[in-house]
Design a protein around this ligand. Structure first.
Ligand code: OGA
Ligand code: NI
Length: 359
């Protein structure tokens, strides 16, 4: 796919916040989803009793290697759900509060201030409202702020907010703690697949792994039953840690043909595996589709941290996981090539990883 397609958005970008704050009682047509994709589609919601697994990482304090119970629980969660919530994760809770607070403040800034940091589809860094560059495509009811955290050399502070003043320092520290958390999970996943603790990180490029973050802001919506805050997608990268608003639910995870709403536990973090883990593990672990719904009464903020492989490293299923019963499912591709797809098409379910099945 030609990356020159990504120079600019196909039409002027309108922030969802500005539509929401205009007092409109009907949402523009572009945000209205096909009936089958709406949150209220018949048969689409699973029983309330279902929930993604909750895993206590405190048990890993003595080291990952000896903790069979946690390794087992995470492995089962990755096979059954692709998602789990972690508690006692070691991330500083004051920092968690602070990072939510600075980004809430950012989205409250006047639109002219935010627009100064407007993003382009080339790097996505900055303030934006759409994913994908296809003209006339359906749009989601959300704005976001995207930034790169690693490698340091591509971090562009010109694209970071200077207000609130503490935003940069808090976000960088949050990023460092997220990297630590993801490295713990990578160790657990390596062991659960029968490898040594450092195996998956090494496959991701070792010390050259990459990381980025998206702060999602979902304004109140006058017709939430017709739209989505973020359409169904699987995350293209390695691991995602989602810090979800614990006052307002919105994340839904696919389970079979139904959607299960995640009820965030205060203080917990939500972790899911992305497409690159699916590829490396030859689909032992699957990156599961998820989406966000919006509501009429409350706005919602979430912070997604993405732990990704070094972007110019070709990734393919590890040979130990290729067997006669399970032949190599995906061909090799770098993450740079891979993410051009979502950057062009926007969120589109699991069509991307499926399209790699070209053996
Ligand atoms: C994401 C994502 C869900 C949410 O940012 O990739 O899936 O609840 N977010 O905001
Ligand atoms: Ni996602």
């Amino acid at each position: 796919m030609d990356s020159s397609l990504l120079h600019d958005w196909p039409e002027p970008v309108v922030s969802v916040q500005s539509i929401a704050e205009s007092g409109a009682t009907l949402i523009p047509n572009k945000y209205v989803k096909l009936a089958a994709d709406r949150p209220t589609a018949p048969g689409s919601s699973a029983g309330r009793e279902l929930s993604i697994p909750i895993i206590d990482l405190g048990k890993l304090a003595g080291g990952v290697v000896d903790c069979r119970a946690v390794i087992r629980a995470i492995s089962d969660a990755c096979r059954d759900w692709g998602f789990f919530q972690v508690v006692n994760h070691g991330v500083d809770m004051e920092l968690v509060k602070a990072v939510l607070e600075v980004w809430r403040e950012f989205f409250k800034l006047p639109m002219e201030e935010k627009k100064k940091l407007a993003n382009s589809p080339r790097t996505y860094e900055g303030y934006g409202s759409r994913l994908g560059v296809e003209k006339d495509s359906s749009l989601d009811w959300g704005d976001y702020f995207f930034l790169h955290l690693l490698p340091h050399c591509i971090k562009n502070f010109d694209k970071w907010p200077t207000v609130p003043g503490a935003c940069r320092e808090i976000t960088e520290e949050y990023g460092r703690q997220m990297v630590n958390l993801c490295e713990t999970v990578m160790k657990v996943l390596s062991m659960s697949l029968g490898f040594n603790v450092g195996f998956l990180k090494e496959k991701f490029g070792g010390e050259e792994i990459e990381a980025c973050m998206r702060v999602n802001y979902y304004p109140k919506c006058p017709q939430p039953e017709l739209t989505l805050g973020l359409s169904a997608h699987s995350d293209p990268g390695g691991l995602t840690v989602l810090l979800a608003d614990d006052r307002v639910p919105g994340l839904q995870v696919r389970k079979g043909n139904a959607w299960v709403t995640v009820n965030p536990i205060p203080g917990a973090l939500i972790i899911n595996v992305g497409d690159q883990i699916q590829v490396l593990s030859n689909a032992t672990y699957k990156s599961v589709e998820h989406r966000a719904v919006v509501n009429e009464a409350e706005e919602r903020l979430s912070i997604a941290f993405f732990y990704n492989p070094k972007s110019d490293l070709p990734l393919e299923p590890v040979k130990e996981l290729i067997t006669q019963e399970r032949p190599q499912l995906y061909r090799a591709m770098t993450f740079n090539e891979y993410r051009l797809y979502i950057r062009k098409k926007g969120p589109s379910g699991k069509t991307q990883v499926e399209s790699l099945k070209a053996m």
